[in-house]
Ligand binder design. Structure first.
Ligand code: GRF
Length: 208
């Protein structure tokens, strides 16, 4: 089977990007990274992409006077590479409805909480403050609702007694690095898709 053509969008460290690069290198992930796009020039993920000889693009949101004009440029840039899947990996921009609808069913995100709990930012801090025993991550198709699209996979991570925000974040990240390449591989194998707003796995509706 042809490798799945993907574009990854980042804003920061890119450890999830690294897990995708590593999965491709060790052949557990049948994908091809067409490009890595960042809205921040200093994102360390850009260095990771360069080391792996992946084309990089910087589209600095500060140079655009509206979300619409930024998203229009981003759309153009993504389409140059004709990806089959767009992977948001720590991409910290709120996207316009038009952008999201344009790529609906072809764009996934990873979020560090058990959605619908803790949409948005500071998820680990909020889980600790709430005294949760269980935290985790969610991978979902991106819809116009922030962190609200159809869920593909969730993984729980126990909250330990002496967890700090950093230690909890670290353990969630370790699970993210396993789960994200796995989900992308399912898409590459044609096992997973979004049909009529329903996530389908092996031809069956996926239920929570
Ligand atoms: C991850 O926790 C991811 O769930 C969230 O942003 C973080 C990105 O980390 N969306 P990295 O840049 O992949 O290291």
């Amino acid at each position: 089977m042809e490798p799945l053509a993907i574009v990854v969008l980042i804003s920061g460290g890119g450890s999830n990007l690294q897990s995708i690069i590593d999965g491709i290198a060790d052949k557990t992930l049948n994908a091809r990274l067409c490009a890595v796009i960042s809205n921040k020039a200093e994102a360390y993920g850009i260095e990771r992409a360069k080391k792996a000889n992946i084309p990089t693009e910087i589209i600095d949101h500060k140079h655009y006077d509206s979300r619409e004009s930024f998203d229009a440029e981003l759309t153009q840039c993504i389409e140059k590479y004709q990806p089959q899947l767009i992977v948001l990996a720590g991409f910290m921009r709120i996207l316009t409805d038009d952008f999201v609808n344009h790529f609906y069913g072809k764009m996934i995100n990873i979020h560090p909480s058990l959605l619908p709990k803790y949409r948005g930012i500071h998820t680990h801090k909020r889980a600790l403050e709430a005294g949760d025993d269980i935290h985790g991550l969610s991978i979902h198709y991106v819809s116009a609702e922030l962190d609200g699209g159809p869920i593909i996979l969730q993984k729980s991570v126990p909250v330990l007694e002496h967890d700090s925000e950093a230690s909890l974040a670290q353990r969630v990240l370790e699970q993210e690095h396993i789960a994200y390449p796995q989900v992308i591989q399912w898409i590459a194998e044609g096992r997973l898709q979004l049909t009529d707003n329903q996530v389908m796995m092996d031809g069956e509706p996926l239920t929570g």
